[in-house]
Design a protein around this ligand. Structure first.
Ligand code: GLN
Length: 191
Protein backbone atom coordinates (compact mmCIF):
# COMPACT_ATOMS: atom_id res chain seq x y z
CA UNK A 1 0.00 0.00 0.00
CA UNK A 2 1.97 2.96 1.21
CA UNK A 3 5.71 2.51 1.50
CA UNK A 4 6.03 6.26 2.08
CA UNK A 5 4.67 5.80 5.57
CA UNK A 6 6.91 4.69 8.44
CA UNK A 7 5.38 3.54 11.70
CA UNK A 8 7.55 3.28 14.79
CA UNK A 9 6.77 0.33 17.05
CA UNK A 10 8.00 0.80 20.60
CA UNK A 11 10.15 -2.24 21.26
CA UNK A 12 11.42 -1.95 24.84
CA UNK A 13 9.15 -4.67 26.26
CA UNK A 14 6.06 -6.70 25.41
CA UNK A 15 4.29 -7.87 22.26
CA UNK A 16 5.85 -5.55 19.69
CA UNK A 17 6.77 -8.12 17.02
CA UNK A 18 3.14 -8.98 16.33
CA UNK A 19 2.41 -5.30 15.64
CA UNK A 20 5.35 -5.15 13.23
CA UNK A 21 3.95 -8.15 11.35
CA UNK A 22 0.44 -6.67 11.14
CA UNK A 23 1.74 -3.30 9.90
CA UNK A 24 4.05 -4.97 7.40
CA UNK A 25 1.05 -6.85 5.96
CA UNK A 26 -0.62 -3.48 5.43
CA UNK A 27 2.37 -2.35 3.40
CA UNK A 28 3.97 0.39 5.49
CA UNK A 29 7.57 0.62 6.66
CA UNK A 30 8.06 -0.41 10.27
CA UNK A 31 10.84 0.75 12.58
CA UNK A 32 11.41 -0.71 16.03
CA UNK A 33 12.07 2.04 18.58
CA UNK A 34 14.50 1.21 21.38
CA UNK A 35 16.57 4.34 21.88
CA UNK A 36 16.42 8.05 21.05
CA UNK A 37 18.59 7.50 17.94
CA UNK A 38 15.71 5.46 16.45
CA UNK A 39 13.69 8.68 16.39
CA UNK A 40 16.22 10.82 14.55
CA UNK A 41 14.53 10.23 11.21
CA UNK A 42 10.85 10.94 10.79
CA UNK A 43 8.11 8.50 11.66
CA UNK A 44 4.47 9.06 10.70
CA UNK A 45 2.88 7.13 13.53
CA UNK A 46 3.83 5.15 16.63
CA UNK A 47 2.50 2.02 18.32
CA UNK A 48 2.74 1.29 22.04
CA UNK A 49 2.32 -2.48 22.40
CA UNK A 50 0.85 -4.61 25.17
CA UNK A 51 3.03 -5.94 27.92
CA UNK A 52 3.59 -4.50 31.36
CA UNK A 53 2.89 -0.78 31.66
CA UNK A 54 4.95 -0.29 34.82
CA UNK A 55 8.00 -1.93 33.25
CA UNK A 56 7.51 -0.07 29.99
CA UNK A 57 7.17 3.29 31.72
CA UNK A 58 10.38 2.64 33.63
CA UNK A 59 12.33 1.49 30.55
CA UNK A 60 11.12 4.45 28.49
CA UNK A 61 12.29 6.87 31.17
CA UNK A 62 15.64 5.16 31.63
CA UNK A 63 16.34 5.07 27.89
CA UNK A 64 15.64 8.78 27.49
CA UNK A 65 12.74 8.08 25.13
CA UNK A 66 9.98 9.24 27.43
CA UNK A 67 10.27 13.03 27.07
CA UNK A 68 10.91 12.86 23.33
CA UNK A 69 7.84 10.67 22.80
CA UNK A 70 5.67 12.85 25.02
CA UNK A 71 6.55 15.88 22.93
CA UNK A 72 5.86 13.98 19.68
CA UNK A 73 2.41 12.94 20.94
CA UNK A 74 1.64 16.50 22.06
CA UNK A 75 2.75 17.73 18.63
CA UNK A 76 0.07 15.51 17.08
CA UNK A 77 1.88 12.33 16.02
CA UNK A 78 -0.75 9.60 15.50
CA UNK A 79 -0.28 6.97 18.20
CA UNK A 80 -1.95 3.66 18.96
CA UNK A 81 -1.74 2.13 22.44
CA UNK A 82 -2.68 -1.52 22.94
CA UNK A 83 -3.51 -2.71 26.46
CA UNK A 84 -0.41 -1.65 28.49
CA UNK A 85 0.03 1.05 25.81
CA UNK A 86 -3.43 2.34 26.65
CA UNK A 87 -2.42 2.53 30.33
CA UNK A 88 0.65 4.59 29.33
CA UNK A 89 -1.48 7.12 27.42
CA UNK A 90 -4.29 7.49 30.00
CA UNK A 91 -4.59 10.70 32.02
CA UNK A 92 -5.94 8.78 34.99
CA UNK A 93 -5.31 5.26 36.26
CA UNK A 94 -7.94 4.12 38.74
CA UNK A 95 -5.90 1.56 40.62
CA UNK A 96 -2.33 2.76 40.25
CA UNK A 97 -0.53 5.71 41.82
CA UNK A 98 1.69 6.07 38.77
CA UNK A 99 0.99 8.09 35.67
CA UNK A 100 2.93 7.93 32.45
CA UNK A 101 2.32 10.10 29.37
CA UNK A 102 -1.09 11.14 30.79
CA UNK A 103 -2.22 12.66 27.48
CA UNK A 104 -5.56 11.02 26.70
CA UNK A 105 -8.67 12.08 28.58
CA UNK A 106 -9.63 8.63 29.84
CA UNK A 107 -9.62 6.86 33.19
CA UNK A 108 -8.47 3.25 32.95
CA UNK A 109 -8.66 0.38 35.35
CA UNK A 110 -5.70 -1.98 35.16
CA UNK A 111 -6.29 -5.75 35.15
CA UNK A 112 -9.98 -4.87 35.08
CA UNK A 113 -11.21 -8.38 34.28
CA UNK A 114 -9.54 -9.88 37.33
CA UNK A 115 -6.62 -12.23 37.46
CA UNK A 116 -8.65 -15.41 37.17
CA UNK A 117 -10.15 -14.33 33.90
CA UNK A 118 -6.68 -13.37 32.79
CA UNK A 119 -7.21 -13.87 29.13
CA UNK A 120 -10.20 -14.50 26.92
CA UNK A 121 -11.40 -14.06 23.38
CA UNK A 122 -14.64 -12.52 22.23
CA UNK A 123 -15.98 -10.73 19.17
CA UNK A 124 -17.46 -7.28 19.07
CA UNK A 125 -18.15 -4.30 16.87
CA UNK A 126 -15.26 -1.90 16.33
CA UNK A 127 -16.17 1.67 15.43
CA UNK A 128 -19.25 0.64 13.48
CA UNK A 129 -16.92 -0.92 10.90
CA UNK A 130 -17.89 -4.49 11.76
CA UNK A 131 -17.39 -7.35 14.14
CA UNK A 132 -13.81 -8.30 14.87
CA UNK A 133 -12.10 -10.82 17.15
CA UNK A 134 -11.04 -9.24 20.44
CA UNK A 135 -8.38 -10.97 22.46
CA UNK A 136 -7.97 -9.75 26.05
CA UNK A 137 -4.83 -10.48 28.11
CA UNK A 138 -4.98 -9.19 31.70
CA UNK A 139 -6.56 -6.19 30.10
CA UNK A 140 -7.51 -2.78 31.36
CA UNK A 141 -10.78 -1.14 30.38
CA UNK A 142 -11.80 2.50 30.23
CA UNK A 143 -14.03 3.34 33.18
CA UNK A 144 -14.71 6.90 32.05
CA UNK A 145 -13.91 9.09 29.09
CA UNK A 146 -13.91 12.85 28.51
CA UNK A 147 -16.26 14.59 26.10
CA UNK A 148 -13.77 14.73 23.23
CA UNK A 149 -13.22 10.97 23.29
CA UNK A 150 -14.99 8.84 20.67
CA UNK A 151 -15.95 5.39 21.91
CA UNK A 152 -15.19 2.67 19.37
CA UNK A 153 -16.11 -0.49 21.25
CA UNK A 154 -17.55 -1.81 24.47
CA UNK A 155 -17.54 -5.22 26.13
CA UNK A 156 -20.69 -7.22 26.95
CA UNK A 157 -21.11 -5.33 30.20
CA UNK A 158 -20.81 -1.96 28.56
CA UNK A 159 -17.26 -1.10 29.62
CA UNK A 160 -15.31 0.83 26.99
CA UNK A 161 -12.64 -1.26 25.27
CA UNK A 162 -11.55 0.97 22.38
CA UNK A 163 -11.54 4.72 21.95
CA UNK A 164 -10.04 7.61 20.06
CA UNK A 165 -9.23 11.21 20.95
CA UNK A 166 -7.64 13.40 18.27
CA UNK A 167 -4.33 11.71 17.28
CA UNK A 168 -4.64 8.93 19.88
CA UNK A 169 -6.21 5.49 19.49
CA UNK A 170 -6.36 2.88 22.25
CA UNK A 171 -7.68 -0.66 22.61
CA UNK A 172 -7.96 -2.89 25.69
CA UNK A 173 -7.69 -5.93 23.45
CA UNK A 174 -4.90 -7.20 21.21
CA UNK A 175 -5.72 -7.18 17.48
CA UNK A 176 -2.08 -7.97 16.67
CA UNK A 177 -2.43 -11.55 17.93
CA UNK A 178 -5.28 -12.22 15.48
CA UNK A 179 -5.29 -12.16 11.67
CA UNK A 180 -7.77 -9.31 11.60
CA UNK A 181 -6.24 -6.05 10.40
CA UNK A 182 -9.24 -3.77 11.01
CA UNK A 183 -7.74 -1.86 13.94
CA UNK A 184 -4.34 -1.41 12.30
CA UNK A 185 -6.03 -0.20 9.10
CA UNK A 186 -8.07 2.22 11.16
CA UNK A 187 -4.88 3.50 12.77
CA UNK A 188 -3.19 3.98 9.40
CA UNK A 189 -6.22 5.99 8.27
CA UNK A 190 -5.38 8.46 11.09
CA UNK A 191 -1.95 9.12 9.50
N1 GLN B 1 -2.10 -5.48 32.84
C1 GLN B 1 -1.04 -4.92 32.08
C2 GLN B 1 -0.66 -3.52 32.56
O1 GLN B 1 -1.45 -2.85 33.16
C3 GLN B 1 -1.43 -4.85 30.61
C4 GLN B 1 -1.55 -6.23 30.04
C5 GLN B 1 -1.26 -6.31 28.58
O2 GLN B 1 -0.76 -5.37 27.98
N2 GLN B 1 -1.54 -7.44 27.99
O3 GLN B 1 0.43 -3.13 32.33
Amino acid sequence: MDRNITVGVVAVQGAFEEHCTALDKLGVYVREIRSPSDLLTKINGMVFPGGESTAQGKLLRESGLFDIMLQMIKDGLPVYGTCAGMVLLAKHIENDERKHFAVMDITVKRNAYGRQLGSFMTTGDFGGIGKIPMYFIRAPYISSAGKDVTILSRDENGAITAAREANMLVTSFHPEVTDDLTVHSYFLSMI
